[in-house]
Write a protein that binds this ligand. Structure first.
Ligand SMILES: *[C@@H]1O[C@H](CO)[C@@H](O)[C@H](O)[C@H]1NC(C)=O
Ligand SMILES: *[C@@H]1O[C@H](CO)[C@@H](O)[C@H](O)[C@H]1NC(C)=O
Ligand SMILES: *[C@@H]1O[C@H](CO)[C@@H](O)[C@H](O)[C@H]1NC(C)=O
Ligand SMILES: *[C@@H]1O[C@H](CO)[C@@H](O)[C@H](O)[C@H]1NC(C)=O
Ligand SMILES: *[C@@H]1O[C@H](CO)[C@@H](O)[C@H](O)[C@H]1NC(C)=O
Ligand SMILES: *[C@@H]1O[C@H](CO)[C@@H](O)[C@H](O)[C@H]1NC(C)=O
Ligand SMILES: *[C@@H]1O[C@H](CO)[C@@H](O)[C@H](O)[C@H]1NC(C)=O
Ligand SMILES: *[C@@H]1O[C@H](CO)[C@@H](O)[C@H](O)[C@H]1NC(C)=O
Ligand SMILES: *[C@@H]1O[C@H](CO)[C@@H](O)[C@H](O)[C@H]1NC(C)=O
Ligand SMILES: *[C@@H]1O[C@H](CO)[C@@H](O)[C@H](O)[C@H]1NC(C)=O
Ligand SMILES: *[C@@H]1O[C@H](CO)[C@@H](O)[C@H](O)[C@H]1NC(C)=O
Ligand SMILES: *[C@@H]1O[C@H](CO)[C@@H](O)[C@H](O)[C@H]1NC(C)=O
Length: 686
């Protein structure tokens, strides 16, 4: 019994051992060739590799890091990421001579492992079985040896980020099996070898970040398997060959930071698998071809920034579903945003259309972009909620946004396009509000008011006295029946018309305007621009082509006295005073309608300012303080005095509705009371 059990146990143990040994043999081969073993040990010492990675006693195929074997021979060496021994790092060198005895070596990867020096010439002569050579970031310098043309089995050549100099050997074009060629971030000069056109198996070509110049070889367009083409950051010039449009498998297309010129060939529309199109920072220009972008499109990134492109952006581009980055900043693109109410969710997508000539309103197209830079365009209107808070909007013509362009800039841009600028949402004929510093200045005003108050009061009484005297003297000449409107438009005293054939000196009556100009200024005398119907004519607000706001009186000769406008013209030809609304010109070319053009005086009419409530600050105009009221009274008195005394013949203002009279009279009453009070004070002091 006991024996049987021992035998069974022994059998089981043997079975386990047998399985284990076969398992090990299947998983890990052993290095058979002593020559290869010697070569690896030699490489270990010439590169100064640590025994931690490559332990001397152990089998390289089964134990060493980064070694792979096939049929007992070394097939791959990967020393990327290794560190040297202290001794080895004292004098690192490109000493890999013993590789020549590894005759089955297919892949050598030393990326990031410093191998200062140049690639030895024998490399190409002897390592003919190599399929993958990765020497990226190895601090290698000097030119690529022409002998590399013999590595005809190569499928991948990675020389990225070294210090290679000289020309790219044209003979690399003989490595027909190459699928990946990465020469980026070196110091290659000269031009891209035309021979690259024969690398028919190439899927990835990266020559970026060198000093290459000349044009892009047309043959690149024949690399039909190409998926990645990066020629960025060189000094390539002339135009983009239309042949590149044949690269139907291309996903990444990067030509940015070169000196390419001309316009984009329409053939690039053939890049139907394109995901990233990066051609920013060149000297390209012209319009984008209409069918450059097509549906369905795989595009995720489109960067056309900092070129000289003009014209509009194809509508399709805005609505490509996968788009993650659209940067067309720094061009001369123009047009309005499409009003696609694309109900796409705000994603992480980024839009940069800054420094272009886009205009019009912001549309829901912006909804899908999380990062938005619209600065330096001519967008107008309000900023909708869906535009993210951190969007850059400066230097546009937008309402309620800070750092926008000037009214003049915006108006002239829109006028040039034959459009009307929305004037920042303000009524067409008024200036933008003066700003908020009136509030800050209030204290100053109070101090000044108290200082000037005394002086003002004295002045006021003097003028009052003059006026009172004058009032009493001329009471008889005041006419109450006449009616005037709007700007102070005086007529000579006496209602008799001027003698027929009165000669008016037109030279002193401002400019002669054409009817067309006035139509333009008032939007065809549209109702919104009507200020009010007056008895001597209808008053319209308008803006001249030069941007100057004006008030235009339209006198319909069928419903108004024929002579009224002549009287007024006659008056203006004789009279000018700083207190009178200046007449800028006239338009008498129409038979039945005559027009007088006055300077527009902002801030509305006097009566609404005088009787405004202090707390109604919503419209930016404040109730007038008493100093201002005093100044107005003085000004009005001056002009009345002028009209009555200095003018020949004397003139009476026709004020019935105008509240100027009400104000003056109430001021009279107040000052009368004041005078009486002061007098009685004076008396009581005596
Ligand atoms: C390994 O050797 C066997 C026979 O010698 C051969 O059939 C096989 O193709 C070889 N494998 C490789 C990867 O060379
Ligand atoms: C190469 O070796 C490094 C370090 O051992 C390792 O991280 C890396 O994955 C290896 N690469 C390949 C392609 O085997
Ligand atoms: C390659 O192996 C041969 C034979 O063992 C040897 O003589 C030669 O020195 C080796 N070459 C290198 C570069 O190690
Ligand atoms: C070389 O090794 C590095 C580091 O592991 C790896 O990133 C790279 O892809 C390898 N090169 C090749 C051609 O496989
Ligand atoms: C690269 O090469 C230049 C000239 O060949 C040399 O001056 C420079 O030191 C090198 N840089 C590195 C990092 O090897
Ligand atoms: C190109 O690749 C295909 C498939 O990968 C292969 O059969 C062909 O031999 C390669 N061409 C060259 C010239 O190596
Ligand atoms: C092209 O190369 C440059 C520099 O080497 C790099 O910054 C850029 O990301 C690359 N483009 C693409 C699309 O990978
Ligand atoms: C846009 O056009 C103007 C006038 O033609 C030109 O001066 C300017 O340089 C252009 N801007 C760009 C970025 O090309
Ligand atoms: C948009 O592009 C301009 C110039 O090309 C750049 O200055 C700006 O920083 C970019 N905006 C964002 C948000 O990246
Ligand atoms: C937006 O998100 C909602 C919910 O997350 C989802 O149901 C909807 O399909 C999304 N719309 C788009 C256009 O992706
Ligand atoms: C876009 O379309 C909507 C609805 O059709 C409309 O209300 C809106 O005003 C349009 N916006 C612009 C800027 O045209
Ligand atoms: C300004 O005038 C234009 C046409 O004359 C009109 O379309 C627009 O609505 C006006 N804007 C305002 C704020 O009155």
């Amino acid at each position: 019994m006991v024996d049987q059990k021992i035998v069974l146990a022994l059998k089981f143990l043997l079975l386990v051992l047998f399985f284990e040994s076969t398992f090990e043999q299947q998983q890990q081969e052993r290095l058979n060739s002593p020559i290869e073993r010697a070569a690896l040990l030699e490489l270990r010492s010439s590169l100064g590799l640590r025994s931690k990675d490559w332990p001397r006693k152990a089998d390289p195929c089964s134990v060493w890091n980064g070694i792979k074997c096939e049929n007992g021979s070394v097939s791959e060496i990967n020393i990327s990421g290794f560190r040297r021994t202290r001794l080895g790092s004292q004098n690192p060198q490109f000493s890999v001579d013993s590789l020549v005895n590894l005759t089955r070596l297919k892949s050598f990867n030393a990326s990031g492992f410093y191998l200062p020096g140049s690639i030895p010439d024998w490399f190409g002569q002897r390592l003919v079985s190599l399929q993958v050579l990765d020497l990226s970031s190895c601090l290698i310098s000097n030119a690529i040896p022409g002998s590399l043309r013999n590595l005809i089995s190569l499928t991948g050549l990675y020389l990225h980020d070294n210090n290679f100099t000289g020309m790219i050997p044209s003979s690399l074009g003989l490595l027909m099996g190459l699928s990946v060629l990465d020469l980026s971030a070196n110091k290659f000069t000269g031009s891209i070898p035309v021979s690259f056109g024969s690398l028919q198996n190439l899927t990835r070509l990266d020559i970026s970040k060198n000093f290459l110049f000349g044009s892009i070889p047309l043959g690149i367009g024949m690399l039909s398997k190409l998926q990645y083409l990066n020629l960025s950051s060189n000094d390539l010039s002339s135009s983009i060959p239309p042949q590149l449009g044949d690269l139907s498998n291309l996903a990444d297309f990067d030509l940015s930071f070169n000196s390419l010129s001309g316009s984009l060939p329409a053939e690039l529309g053939g890049l139907r698998n394109l995901q990233r199109m990066l051609i920013g920072n060149n000297l390209l220009g012209g319009f984008l071809p209409a069918n450059l972008f097509r549906v369905p499109s795989q595009l995720q990134t489109v960067v056309l920034k900092r070129n000289g492109f003009s014209g509009s952006v194809p509508d399709l581009l805005w609505s490509i579903p996968q788009l993650r980055l659209l940067d067309i900043s720094g061009n001369n693109f123009t047009g309005i945003l499409p009003n696609g109410s694309l109900n796409a969710n705000a994603s992480s997508a980024e839009l940069n259309i800054s420094e272009n000539l886009f205009y019009g309103g912001l549309t829901p197209t912006l909804r899908r972009f999380l990062v938005v830079d619209l600065s330096g365009n001519y967008f107008e209107g309000t900023v909708p909620d869906y535009v993210s808070d951190n969007a850059s909007l400066v230097s546009n013509c937008l309402q309620n946004s800070s750092n926008q362009r000037s009214l003049l800039d915006c108006t002239s841009f829109y006028t040039e396009k034959g459009l009307t600028f929305d004037n920042f949402g303000l009524p067409n004929s008024t200036q933008p509000p003066a700003g908020e510093n009136t509030g800050k200045n209030n204290k100053k005003v109070i101090i000044w008011a108290s200082v000037l108050g005394g002086v003002g009061l004295i002045l006021f009484f003097v003028i009052l006295l003059v006026l009172l005297l004058f009032c009493f003297r001329k009471r008889g000449t005041m006419t109450q029946g006449g009616v005037g409107v709007g700007p102070v438009t005086p007529v000579p005293s006496g209602s008799s018309p001027p003698p027929p054939g009165v000669s008016i000196d037109f030279s002193s009556l401002g400019d002669t305007f054409t009817y067309q100009q006035l139509l333009l200024a008032t939007g065809d005398f549209r109702d919104v621009n009507l200020i009010k119907h007056g008895h001597s004519g209808d008053l319209y607000k308008g803006i001249l082509e030069s941007g100057i706001p004006v008030v235009i009186k339209k006198i319909d000769l069928q419903s108004h006295r024929k002579e009224a406008y002549l009287l007024e013209l006659d008056f203006y030809s004789k009279v000018s005073h700083s207190r009178l609304v200046p007449l800028l010109g006239h338009c008498l070319e129409k038979e039945n309608e005559k027009f007088l053009i006055y300077k527009h005086i902002p801030n509305g009419d006097l009566s609404s300012s005088l009787f405004r409530k202090t707390d109604s600050e919503d419209d930016g105009l404040k109730s007038l303080d008493w100093i201002t009221r005093l100044k107005i009274a003085i000004g009005a008195a001056e002009s009345l005095s002028y009209l009555h005394h200095e003018c020949m013949p004397p003139i009476v203002h026709r004020y019935s509705k105008d509240s100027l009279l009400v104000m003056l009279c109430s001021l009279f009453v107040i000052s009368f009371l004041l005078t009486i009070t002061v007098r009685s004070l004076h008396l009581s002091f005596q």
